[in-house]
Design a protein around this ligand. Structure first.
Ligand SMILES: [Zn+2]
Length: 445
């Protein structure tokens, strides 16, 4: 109430003053040298009030800027940063969706707003990679290696680039730099392993494989199998250098690491010295991995041997260790045929006809009819069954389907490592037949 009265009184005074001033405008005259300004008191008072307001506002702005000098600059910087980040995120999406033009545009935009930032460099490098601009890719990844926070990432990009250009030695050297930067990084050890394999440095590959799997992982069967292959390859190199003793030791290690790995077992048998130890090795091998390559290694242990002697040896070994296995029966049938033991040969082949009639079983039966009875018609009868017979197992590349008689660690067609598996090539055909049957049942045709 008192405040309202006070305000009312103030308004009354101002109104009275304004009316009074309007009635008595008066004259103000300013003279400075030759300049003369003539005005009324009201205008002079109004101009003075406006000037004071303007000076006050300017003073306030000045004080705000003085108190926080980075505010204005910060405002612009944060806008720039936000535009740069937008460009980076667009660029990353373009890269993930495989759009080279958008990725390049985003990289240029990011460079404009966030030049020299690690993410900008990464985007520029990946955009160049997507655009297949190898020169620019190299430049950006190299720039990344110059900053500690992006060095490892830059090296990874350069390793991949070298691999794309089939420069495996260069890729290995870059991967070694990455290993120095951060020892034991998973991808680095994997690259070092793969590149050593590519360069046929099996000692190196083994070293990196051992470094990458410690503790429980070291006992993983797939890893043990890989190690067995590497020891086998090292042994072959020792053999090439006529170091039979070292080769034997390495083959023994390969065999111990993976007793199912046939090439090492067969090679170990072929190098073993006559004696009790060899007999034990052979028996254990035929029990564990009955395989034509193992049988051949066992056969060749006696270089000059009559067919009857080999059949006697085979019978003793195969029947005592693995009598019902398909490979035992096939090897025995072949040996009996060569030794002209027709009755025995027929016995083994009949057993195979029951259990596993493959192409070679029909071939051996035809052979038997011709040799034992000179019965060409009966032989032809068996031969006619071959096209529908199950294929015999062979070394089969899981990646490209190449089939070969002899195992190799790397496929000659698709360059895959450890891709050969001993299996019948009919497996896929069987799958297709089952699949066709299922489709038939489902569609009711
Ligand atoms: Zn292959």
């Amino acid at each position: 109430m008192i405040r309202s009265l006070y305000l009312f009184a103030l308004l009354a005074v101002v109104a009275f003053g304004a009316v009074w001033l309007a009635d008595n405008p008066g004259n103000v005259s300013l003279r400075w040298n030759d300049y003369v300004v003539q005005t009324t008191l009201v205008v002079l008072l109004g101009a003075t009030a406006l000037l004071s307001v303007m000076v006050s506002v300017l003073f306030l702005v000045y004080r705000w800027l003085r108190k926080s000098p980075g505010k204005l600059g910060g405002l612009f910087a944060s806008r720039r940063r936000s535009r740069g980040l937008d460009a980076i995120s667009h660029g990353m999406v373009a890269i993930a969706s495989g759009n080279p033009d958008d990725a390049r545009r985003a990289a240029i935009e990011a460079e404009k707003h966030l030049s020299g930032e690690p993410m900008t460099l990464l985007l520029a490098a990946q955009a160049a990679e997507l655009n297949r601009d190898e020169r620019a890719t190299g430049i950006y990844y190299t720039k990344m290696t110059e900053k500690p926070e992006t060095r490892l990432l830059g090296l990874r990009g350069l390793v991949n680039q070298a691999k794309r250009n089939n420069e495996y030695q260069k890729a290995l050297e870059l991967a070694l730099q990455a290993d120095q930067e951060k020892p034991g990084t998973d991808w680095v050890l994997k690259e070092l392993f793969d590149l050593s394999l590519q360069l046929k440095d099996f000692d190196g590959a083994l070293k990196y494989l051992e470094r990458s799997g410690k503790g429980k992982a070291a006992k993983d069967p797939a890893r043990l199998h890989l190690k067995a292959i590497l020891e086998y390859e090292r042994a072959i190199r020792r053999l090439d250098a006529s170091d039979v003793q070292q080769a034997q030791a390495l083959l023994q290690r390969a065999h111990d690491l993976d007793p199912d790995f046939v090439p090492a077992t067969a090679k170990l048998i072929s190098l073993s010295d006559d004696g009790r130890r060899r007999e034990k090795l052979i028996s254990a091998a035929w029990r564990q991995t009955p395989h034509p390559d193992v049988a051949l290694a066992i056969k060749r242990l006696v270089p000059v041997e009559s067919e009857a002697d080999w059949y006697a040896r085979a019978k003793k070994l195969f029947l005592s260790t693995n009598p019902d296995h398909r490979e035992s029966l096939i090897e025995l049938a072949k040996a009996a045929l060569a030794a002209r033991e027709w009755g025995d040969a027929r016995k083994y082949l009949n057993a195979l006809l029951e259990s596993d009639p493959s192409v070679s079983v029909y071939r051996l039966l035809a052979d038997l009819e011709e040799k034992a009875n000179a019965d060409a018609a009966a032989a032809r009868n068996w031969i006619q069954k071959i096209p529908e017979a199950k294929a015999d197992p062979e070394w089969h590349c899981d990646h490209c389907g190449r089939i070969q008689r002899k195992w190799t660690s790397r496929c000659g067609s698709c360059n895959s490592f450890d891709s050969f598996e001993w299996k019948s090539t009919d497996v896929d055909l069987e799958d297709q037949l089952i699949e066709a049957q299922v489709v038939k049942e489902l569609t009711g045709n």
